[in-house]
Each structure stands twice: as structure tokens, then as C-alpha cells.
Design a protein around this ligand. Sequence first.
Ligand code: ADP
Length: 434
Amino acid sequence: MTENNDRKQFNLKLVLKEIIQPKIPTIALVVFLNFIFFLFGVFTFYSAIFFIIIFIGFFLALSNEKTNSLDTTQNNINKRDKDELITDNINQIKMIFDGFPESVILIDDKDNIINSNDKANKHFFSQLEDENILGMRIQNVIRSTLLFDTLELLKNNEEVTIKEIEIILPGEIERTYDVFISQVKLFSQDINNYLLILRETTDLKKIMTLRSEFIANASHELKTPIAVIKGISETLDKYGQDDKDSSKEFLKKLLSESNRAQSLIEDLLSLNQAEMRQHIIPDKRINLMSIIDNIYGGLDGLAKKNNINLTRDIRKKNYYILGDEDDIQRAFVNLIENAIKYNTSGKEVIIHLSDNSDKVLFKVIDDGPGISSIHIPRLTERFYRVDLDSSIKKGGTGLGLSIVKNIITRHKAQLDIDSELDKGSSFSIIFNKA
Ligand code: ADP
């Protein structure tokens, strides 16, 4: 109402200003001529009045037409202003959306996209230009029946204005998203718009699956030694007194199974610790030479027990990196122990350490049985073994190389595995020099 009144008032002013004002001299001239004609008796008083009325009526009719056209022009200007205002608002909304860490898409009540942030554009419309996205139907971009049904529900049920769903999008890699949908009214319009906030949970889901797989595997690995320990203890309890020789054998087995369970628990704890510290970048300057000096004695003992010759191919000097001393020691021991314990066919293990201007190379070389190339990419997976029996016999848990991999990742270093069947293997770590 107020808006209409304002517009009428405004138009009247316009009529006066735009139409009557420029005509004032003409009107004045006509009135003046009529007066002269009247004086000279060409017009009678009444015919002059009549003429003036007709003349003014003609002008008013003209001005009315002009007013209408001005009215339309004004409407067009109003519409253009409104459109510009909406475009301005949309641009501002996009700027706000771009600050969101999630994908944000705004659609109208016909499911057409009216705005989307950079993250959504990159994620869902990477093949399209910005202007091609606008106006597209959301169903053509995100093909989810659940999303479609939820939008329908929001449109048809006045009471529901917010919904949270999980959608799975098929593809080369199946992707999962938590989608938060809310009904919004923008630019004081009566039409409902729908705001979609999509958070990708694919990685989270993968981590959760891996974690439950890991728990299942760890329990399975622990179940075996514990079952054996239980069985032997029960047998010893019943018949231990009667057969002293068998009891000795049982006790030996008991000890080896408890060692296996203990190693497994220790490795699980190490792995957990390595994963927990993954985000903490080591900042202490450590010398790899002294780490090797520290561990060499113990490992040489193990090598001798296995009839292996453990040697060092290292030029005596300092090799500094930024690292966690305990972690690096654990990784080195793991690789050297593996080279010794799996070297059934050869007799040599070499520890190599060298550097160039910006890298330090640590390498363990053995002349053992080697590893077939099909196993190499999977060696650092948890519980992956080339040969389960031989790993168990040698006290392996299948976690050693995954612990090494975690430590190396934390140190922003690189692990290279080279191996040839019947020739031997080499495990290298390339560190950044400090
Ligand atoms: P494990 O605890 O069983 O030793 P790892 O993760 O340390 O587990 O190693 C995984 C598998 O890789 C081992 O089971 C073994 O089969 C193989 N492997 C590791 N190092 C060597 C090596 N130097 N020579 C031959 N095989 C190796």
C-alpha cells in the first residue's frame, strides 16, 4: 500500500516536472493569442474559453500517455534495480559460502542451482564453467535418490525445514557424504530455497573400516598363542607330574607362545604410538652414526647366532637429520633384524650409511632368499607376510614393516625396497639432511 502511494506521488511530480513544465511557454502563448484574438473580436469570450479548455485537455491527454510510458520505464528501472540487488546479494552469498570448509549449494524450489561455493564447484562441477552450473538441476549433478526424496519431503511438509542425511555416490571410487539440508527464504521472497551443505566422509569411513579390520586381525593374531598357552597349561595341570620329559617340551612351547603374544602386544603398542605421533614433526637434530653404533652390538650377537656376517659400510663421520631418536632406532633395528632372520640362504648383511649435499641414505643389504615382486607393494601393510609359517617361526608379527613405514612417513623420508628372488634384498631409507 505505502509502496503504491509513494509511487503515485512520485509520478505526479514527474508529470509536472517532465511534461507540464516544458510546455508552460506554449500554453502561455496560446492563452496570450486567445486573449489578443478576443480583444480584436476574432473570438468571442466563450469560444476563447472553449478553445483553451480543448487545448489544455489535449495536452493533458498527451501527458497521460507520457505518464504511462514513464510509469513503465519506472517499473523497468525498479525491476532492473531489484535484479541488480539480487545479483549483488547472490555475489555476497557466494563470498560467504566460499569461506565454508564444506561444499555448499543453494537451489530454488524447482531444484535449480542458484549458487554454489568454490569447494562444491571443484568437487561436483569440475568439468563445467561457473556460469554453466547456475540453473542446472541438482539431480543432474548429484545422483542420489535419497537426496531427491528428502528435498521432496521438505517441499511438501511445512513442519520439516531441516534434514540431515548420508548419501553414497557410486563411481570409480564410492564416495560418502553427510548432507545437511535446510529450507531458507532469501531476498524477502515467498519462494523457498534449499541450502545443501555436503561434508565428504569417504576417508573417515575408510579409516573406520580399516580400524575395525585391524581390531579383528589383532584379536585373531592374539587368539592363537593364547589358545595354545591355555591348552598347554591345562595339559600340564592334569598330567605334568606323570611325564617329566613331555612337560619340558610343553614348557618350551609355553615360553615361545608367550613370547609370540608379548611381541605382538609390543608391536601393536609401537604401531599405535607411531600412528598417534604421526602429526608431530620431529625437530631434534640427531646423528644417525651414533644410533648405528648403539644398536650394532646387540644385532651383531643375533647375526652370529644365525651364522650371518654383519658388517658396516660407513665412512666415520656425523650424519645429521631432524628426527626422533627412539623411532629411528626402532626402524633401523626392524630392518636389520629382518635382514638377519630371513637370511636363511645367504651369510651376509651390510649396513650402509652415506650422504650427499642434502640427503642421507641408510640401507640394509642382504644376500638372502629375496622377495617376489608381487609381494613388494604390500609388504608395509599390517599383518602382511610373504610366508606366514616362516614369519611365525622367526618370531615375526607381520607388523614390523608397517611400523617402519609409519616412522618414515612421520620423518618425511622415503622407503625403497629392492629385491630379487634367490639374490637378496635391500631396504633403503632416504632422509633429508639437517
Ligand atoms: P614380520 O614381523 O613378519 O617380520 P615385517 O612387516 O617385518 O613382518 O615383514 C613382512 C614380511 O616381509 C615378512 O613376513 C617377510 O616375509 C618379508 N621380509 C621382510 N624383510 C625381509 C628380508 N630382508 N628378506 C626376505 N623377506 C623379508
